[in-house]
Design a protein around this ligand. Structure first.
Ligand code: HEC
Length: 220
């Protein structure tokens, strides 16, 4: 009985998650290296004031194709082996905002909707009836409207939305920075297996040819 209840609860949770995800605007994430690099720069210069990305090191960013000079400029004051950490300590942010901002390395994996959620959240700020800034996807969020989404109109809004897409795409990358390497490796492994299969097939043909030969000689 308990198992059934658990099953039913899980079904509801899944359907709930789907329903939540369906409410998020589906964005097209930019994929060009330049867009991902701009996303990384925005995260390093804006988001990192409060958030950490403790699983990402400055050296990992070279995977995005940054030049040595750019990487040097981004990591100024840090070693390449350092993680991307906010200059604000967890206590300082807690004092300032009432809560320590969550680590962003896995954020695009942690929230339902992933990068779409990140996008909807950072562009979701608006001014409510009481003249206070609030957030559509996370009402009562304690994060300030850092990109200035609430007051932006027209072209300015479009620019902010584009910036948010780049940030979302970068955070998606940050959630699994080795994905591309793995896909590259996967291709090698598959090519190797194909070559191995052909070789084994040839070996098999030869062995059988020999066996047949042997057989024929024995019976004639
Ligand atoms: C001035 C400090 C500050 C800056 C800068 C900042 N954040 Fe935050 N952020 C916060 C705080 C505080 C929270 C916790 C909000 C809460 O739980 O109420 C938060 C929460 C979040 C969350 C999690 C929301 C959730 O569902 O729990 C995401 C995603 C996020 N920030 C993304 C970003 C991105 C992307 C940037 C850069 C464009 C950024 N933040 C810049 C302070 C900041």
């Amino acid at each position: 009985m308990k198992k059934y209840l658990l099953g039913i609860a899980l079904c509801f949770a899944t359907v709930g998650a789907w329903a939540n995800e369906a409410k998020l605007p589906k964005i097209e994430l930019p994929t060009s290296p330049e867009a991902l690099q701009r996303g990384a720069e925005t995260v390093a210069t804006v988001c990192l004031s409060c958030h950490n990305l403790k699983y990402i090191k400055y050296s990992d960013l070279s995977g995005l194709g940054f030049s040595k000079e750019k990487l040097g400029a981004l990591s100024v004051g840090h070693g390449l082996d350092d993680s991307l950490m906010s200059p604000m300590s967890a206590e300082a942010t807690k004092q300032a905002f009432g809560i320590t901002p969550p680590d962003l390395s896995m954020m695009a994996k942690a929230r339902v909707g992933g990068p779409h959620y990140v996008y909807a959240f950072v562009t979701g700020f608006y001014t409510n009836d009481k003249g206070k800034t609030d957030n559509h996807v996370f009402p009562g969020a304690k994060m300030p409207d850092v990109l200035g989404a609430a007051s932006a109109k027209g072209e300015e809004r479009t620019a902010i939305e584009y910036k948010a897409k780049e940030v979302a795409a970068f955070l998606e990358w940050a959630g699994d920075p080795k994905a591309q390497e793995r896909r590259g490796l996967g291709r090698y492994v598959i090519a190797y297996l194909i070559v191995l299969t052909i070789l084994l097939y040839l070996v098999k043909l030869r062995t059988w040819a020999r066996l047949k030969e042997h057989h024929k000689r024995k019976h004639t």
